[in-house]
Write a protein that binds this ligand. Structure first.
Ligand code: PEP
Length: 257
Protein backbone atom coordinates (compact mmCIF):
# COMPACT_ATOMS: atom_id res chain seq x y z
CA UNK A 1 0.00 0.00 0.00
CA UNK A 2 0.80 3.71 -0.01
CA UNK A 3 3.09 3.72 -3.05
CA UNK A 4 5.78 1.80 -1.21
CA UNK A 5 7.67 -0.79 -3.29
CA UNK A 6 6.46 -4.21 -2.11
CA UNK A 7 9.10 -6.47 -0.59
CA UNK A 8 8.86 -10.27 -0.86
CA UNK A 9 11.46 -11.75 1.48
CA UNK A 10 12.41 -15.42 1.64
CA UNK A 11 13.76 -16.61 4.98
CA UNK A 12 15.44 -19.95 4.28
CA UNK A 13 16.17 -20.63 7.95
CA UNK A 14 18.62 -23.56 8.34
CA UNK A 15 17.92 -25.00 4.88
CA UNK A 16 19.92 -25.19 1.61
CA UNK A 17 23.71 -25.55 1.81
CA UNK A 18 25.77 -23.33 -0.49
CA UNK A 19 25.60 -25.75 -3.42
CA UNK A 20 21.86 -26.22 -3.09
CA UNK A 21 21.58 -22.45 -2.80
CA UNK A 22 23.19 -21.96 -6.23
CA UNK A 23 20.82 -24.41 -7.88
CA UNK A 24 17.83 -22.86 -6.13
CA UNK A 25 18.62 -19.23 -6.99
CA UNK A 26 19.36 -20.10 -10.62
CA UNK A 27 16.06 -21.96 -10.94
CA UNK A 28 14.11 -19.17 -9.29
CA UNK A 29 15.69 -16.56 -11.53
CA UNK A 30 14.94 -18.67 -14.59
CA UNK A 31 11.33 -19.15 -13.53
CA UNK A 32 10.93 -15.39 -13.04
CA UNK A 33 12.65 -14.24 -16.21
CA UNK A 34 9.59 -12.47 -17.55
CA UNK A 35 8.25 -11.30 -14.21
CA UNK A 36 7.50 -7.94 -12.70
CA UNK A 37 10.35 -8.11 -10.22
CA UNK A 38 12.77 -7.59 -13.10
CA UNK A 39 11.33 -4.11 -13.69
CA UNK A 40 11.63 -3.18 -10.02
CA UNK A 41 7.89 -3.09 -9.24
CA UNK A 42 8.41 -5.80 -6.59
CA UNK A 43 11.61 -6.20 -4.61
CA UNK A 44 12.74 -9.76 -3.89
CA UNK A 45 15.18 -10.60 -1.11
CA UNK A 46 16.63 -13.95 -0.07
CA UNK A 47 17.99 -14.73 3.40
CA UNK A 48 20.35 -17.74 3.21
CA UNK A 49 22.35 -19.23 6.07
CA UNK A 50 25.66 -17.39 6.75
CA UNK A 51 27.70 -20.09 5.04
CA UNK A 52 25.86 -19.49 1.73
CA UNK A 53 26.01 -15.72 1.59
CA UNK A 54 29.35 -15.38 -0.22
CA UNK A 55 28.36 -17.95 -2.84
CA UNK A 56 24.92 -16.45 -3.45
CA UNK A 57 26.44 -12.97 -3.70
CA UNK A 58 28.86 -14.18 -6.39
CA UNK A 59 26.00 -15.76 -8.36
CA UNK A 60 23.73 -12.69 -8.11
CA UNK A 61 26.62 -10.50 -9.35
CA UNK A 62 27.75 -12.80 -12.13
CA UNK A 63 24.29 -13.37 -13.62
CA UNK A 64 22.95 -9.87 -12.77
CA UNK A 65 20.09 -11.41 -10.83
CA UNK A 66 18.05 -8.62 -9.24
CA UNK A 67 17.47 -10.20 -5.81
CA UNK A 68 18.61 -8.42 -2.68
CA UNK A 69 20.61 -10.43 -0.18
CA UNK A 70 20.05 -10.59 3.55
CA UNK A 71 21.29 -12.45 6.61
CA UNK A 72 19.11 -14.16 9.21
CA UNK A 73 20.90 -12.67 12.24
CA UNK A 74 23.97 -10.67 13.27
CA UNK A 75 26.03 -10.03 16.36
CA UNK A 76 25.40 -7.07 18.65
CA UNK A 77 29.20 -6.53 18.47
CA UNK A 78 31.36 -5.36 15.56
CA UNK A 79 34.47 -7.53 16.10
CA UNK A 80 36.46 -9.26 18.83
CA UNK A 81 36.50 -12.27 21.11
CA UNK A 82 32.95 -13.51 20.48
CA UNK A 83 33.29 -17.10 19.32
CA UNK A 84 30.74 -18.15 16.78
CA UNK A 85 29.33 -14.69 16.15
CA UNK A 86 29.05 -12.91 12.78
CA UNK A 87 29.40 -9.15 12.64
CA UNK A 88 27.36 -6.68 10.63
CA UNK A 89 30.64 -5.36 9.22
CA UNK A 90 31.32 -8.73 7.59
CA UNK A 91 27.78 -8.94 6.18
CA UNK A 92 28.01 -5.44 4.72
CA UNK A 93 31.26 -6.41 2.93
CA UNK A 94 29.38 -9.26 1.22
CA UNK A 95 26.81 -6.75 -0.11
CA UNK A 96 24.10 -7.98 2.22
CA UNK A 97 21.46 -5.26 2.30
CA UNK A 98 19.11 -6.67 4.92
CA UNK A 99 19.33 -8.54 8.20
CA UNK A 100 16.46 -10.23 10.03
CA UNK A 101 16.36 -9.28 13.70
CA UNK A 102 14.16 -10.67 16.44
CA UNK A 103 12.68 -13.60 14.55
CA UNK A 104 10.46 -15.61 16.89
CA UNK A 105 12.79 -18.61 16.55
CA UNK A 106 15.71 -16.49 17.84
CA UNK A 107 13.51 -15.10 20.61
CA UNK A 108 12.40 -18.60 21.62
CA UNK A 109 15.44 -20.87 21.09
CA UNK A 110 18.18 -18.31 21.79
CA UNK A 111 16.34 -16.34 24.46
CA UNK A 112 16.73 -13.06 22.62
CA UNK A 113 14.68 -10.43 24.41
CA UNK A 114 13.77 -6.90 23.45
CA UNK A 115 17.09 -5.51 24.74
CA UNK A 116 19.19 -7.76 22.50
CA UNK A 117 16.87 -7.02 19.60
CA UNK A 118 17.36 -3.26 20.14
CA UNK A 119 21.16 -3.73 20.29
CA UNK A 120 21.09 -5.72 17.06
CA UNK A 121 19.05 -3.02 15.35
CA UNK A 122 21.75 -0.51 16.35
CA UNK A 123 24.48 -2.89 15.12
CA UNK A 124 22.75 -3.26 11.74
CA UNK A 125 22.35 0.50 11.31
CA UNK A 126 26.03 1.09 12.25
CA UNK A 127 27.02 -0.98 9.22
CA UNK A 128 24.48 0.35 6.75
CA UNK A 129 22.33 -2.77 6.87
CA UNK A 130 18.54 -2.53 6.82
CA UNK A 131 17.13 -4.33 9.85
CA UNK A 132 14.01 -6.42 9.20
CA UNK A 133 12.56 -6.16 12.69
CA UNK A 134 10.26 -9.09 13.51
CA UNK A 135 7.52 -8.75 16.09
CA UNK A 136 4.50 -10.86 16.92
CA UNK A 137 2.37 -12.40 19.62
CA UNK A 138 2.24 -16.05 20.66
CA UNK A 139 -1.06 -17.94 20.85
CA UNK A 140 -1.05 -17.39 24.63
CA UNK A 141 -0.40 -13.64 24.16
CA UNK A 142 -3.26 -13.49 21.67
CA UNK A 143 -5.64 -15.00 24.18
CA UNK A 144 -4.46 -12.84 27.07
CA UNK A 145 -3.80 -9.46 25.43
CA UNK A 146 -5.28 -9.59 21.93
CA UNK A 147 -3.20 -9.39 18.78
CA UNK A 148 -1.60 -5.95 18.84
CA UNK A 149 -0.33 -5.30 22.39
CA UNK A 150 2.74 -7.56 22.32
CA UNK A 151 4.02 -6.66 18.84
CA UNK A 152 3.44 -2.96 19.54
CA UNK A 153 5.48 -3.19 22.75
CA UNK A 154 8.23 -5.15 21.01
CA UNK A 155 8.48 -2.58 18.22
CA UNK A 156 8.54 0.38 20.63
CA UNK A 157 11.56 -1.12 22.35
CA UNK A 158 13.31 -2.09 19.09
CA UNK A 159 13.00 1.50 17.83
CA UNK A 160 14.52 3.14 20.92
CA UNK A 161 17.35 5.38 19.76
CA UNK A 162 16.73 4.75 16.06
CA UNK A 163 17.13 8.00 14.07
CA UNK A 164 14.15 9.39 12.14
CA UNK A 165 15.84 8.90 8.76
CA UNK A 166 16.84 5.25 9.35
CA UNK A 167 16.04 2.75 6.64
CA UNK A 168 14.19 -0.12 8.35
CA UNK A 169 11.62 -2.80 7.57
CA UNK A 170 9.11 -4.15 10.10
CA UNK A 171 7.63 -7.64 9.87
CA UNK A 172 4.48 -8.59 11.75
CA UNK A 173 4.73 -12.32 12.35
CA UNK A 174 2.16 -13.80 14.70
CA UNK A 175 4.02 -16.74 16.24
CA UNK A 176 0.93 -18.96 16.01
CA UNK A 177 0.90 -18.43 12.24
CA UNK A 178 4.54 -19.30 11.57
CA UNK A 179 4.97 -22.70 9.96
CA UNK A 180 1.51 -23.72 11.17
CA UNK A 181 -0.41 -23.49 7.89
CA UNK A 182 -2.80 -21.22 9.78
CA UNK A 183 -2.19 -17.72 8.43
CA UNK A 184 -3.74 -14.64 10.00
CA UNK A 185 -6.70 -13.25 8.10
CA UNK A 186 -5.93 -10.27 5.87
CA UNK A 187 -8.00 -8.13 8.23
CA UNK A 188 -6.03 -9.29 11.29
CA UNK A 189 -2.77 -8.57 9.48
CA UNK A 190 -4.02 -5.15 8.37
CA UNK A 191 -5.15 -4.19 11.89
CA UNK A 192 -1.79 -4.97 13.50
CA UNK A 193 0.30 -3.62 10.60
CA UNK A 194 -1.61 -0.32 10.84
CA UNK A 195 -0.87 -0.15 14.59
CA UNK A 196 2.80 -0.89 13.93
CA UNK A 197 2.86 1.95 11.41
CA UNK A 198 1.45 4.22 14.13
CA UNK A 199 4.33 3.16 16.40
CA UNK A 200 6.81 4.04 13.66
CA UNK A 201 5.09 7.43 13.40
CA UNK A 202 5.28 8.04 17.15
CA UNK A 203 8.92 6.99 17.46
CA UNK A 204 10.42 8.17 14.14
CA UNK A 205 7.92 10.67 12.76
CA UNK A 206 5.36 10.88 10.00
CA UNK A 207 7.84 10.62 7.11
CA UNK A 208 9.22 7.34 8.44
CA UNK A 209 5.70 5.97 8.95
CA UNK A 210 4.82 6.80 5.34
CA UNK A 211 8.06 5.42 3.88
CA UNK A 212 8.69 2.27 5.95
CA UNK A 213 7.53 -1.08 4.67
CA UNK A 214 5.57 -3.24 7.08
CA UNK A 215 5.42 -6.90 6.04
CA UNK A 216 3.14 -9.73 7.10
CA UNK A 217 4.66 -13.16 7.78
CA UNK A 218 3.15 -16.49 8.81
CA UNK A 219 2.07 -19.27 6.43
CA UNK A 220 2.09 -17.04 3.36
CA UNK A 221 1.62 -19.02 0.14
CA UNK A 222 0.70 -18.39 -3.49
CA UNK A 223 -2.97 -18.90 -2.60
CA UNK A 224 -3.21 -16.17 0.05
CA UNK A 225 -0.55 -13.59 -0.88
CA UNK A 226 -2.84 -11.43 -3.02
CA UNK A 227 -5.36 -11.08 -0.20
CA UNK A 228 -2.65 -9.73 2.13
CA UNK A 229 -1.22 -7.42 -0.50
CA UNK A 230 -4.62 -5.80 -1.03
CA UNK A 231 -4.48 -4.40 2.51
CA UNK A 232 -3.31 -0.79 2.65
CA UNK A 233 -0.79 -1.24 5.47
CA UNK A 234 0.72 -4.54 4.31
CA UNK A 235 3.71 -3.82 2.06
CA UNK A 236 4.97 -7.31 1.43
CA UNK A 237 5.62 -10.67 3.02
CA UNK A 238 8.27 -12.49 4.98
CA UNK A 239 8.02 -16.07 3.77
CA UNK A 240 9.52 -19.16 5.40
CA UNK A 241 8.45 -22.60 4.16
CA UNK A 242 7.09 -21.45 0.80
CA UNK A 243 10.34 -19.57 0.03
CA UNK A 244 12.08 -22.95 -0.38
CA UNK A 245 9.80 -24.08 -3.22
CA UNK A 246 10.76 -22.49 -6.53
CA UNK A 247 7.31 -22.51 -8.12
CA UNK A 248 5.51 -21.43 -4.96
CA UNK A 249 7.92 -18.60 -4.23
CA UNK A 250 7.83 -17.45 -7.86
CA UNK A 251 4.03 -17.44 -7.73
CA UNK A 252 4.13 -15.38 -4.52
CA UNK A 253 6.43 -12.84 -6.22
CA UNK A 254 3.96 -12.70 -9.14
CA UNK A 255 0.98 -12.16 -6.85
CA UNK A 256 -0.38 -9.35 -9.06
CA UNK A 257 -1.07 -11.74 -11.93
C1 PEP B 1 8.94 -17.16 9.13
O1 PEP B 1 9.48 -17.98 9.83
O2 PEP B 1 9.40 -16.00 9.03
C2 PEP B 1 7.73 -17.57 8.40
C3 PEP B 1 6.89 -16.64 8.03
O3 PEP B 1 7.55 -18.92 8.20
P1 PEP B 1 6.36 -19.63 7.36
O4 PEP B 1 6.18 -18.83 6.09
O5 PEP B 1 6.88 -21.00 7.09
O6 PEP B 1 5.16 -19.58 8.23
Amino acid sequence: GGGRTPLIAGNWKMNLDHLQAVAFVQKLHWTLKDAAHEDGSVEVAVFPPFTDIRTVQTLLDADKIPFALGAQDLSTKDAGAYTGEVSGAFLAKLSARYVIIGHSERREYHHEGDEIVAEKVQAALRHGLVPVICVGETAADLEEFGAAAVPVGQLEKALDGVPADADIVVAYEPVWAIGSGQAATPQQAQDVCAKLREVIGQKLGADAAERTRVLYGGSVKSGNIASFMREPDVDGALVGGASLLVDEFAAIIRYQK
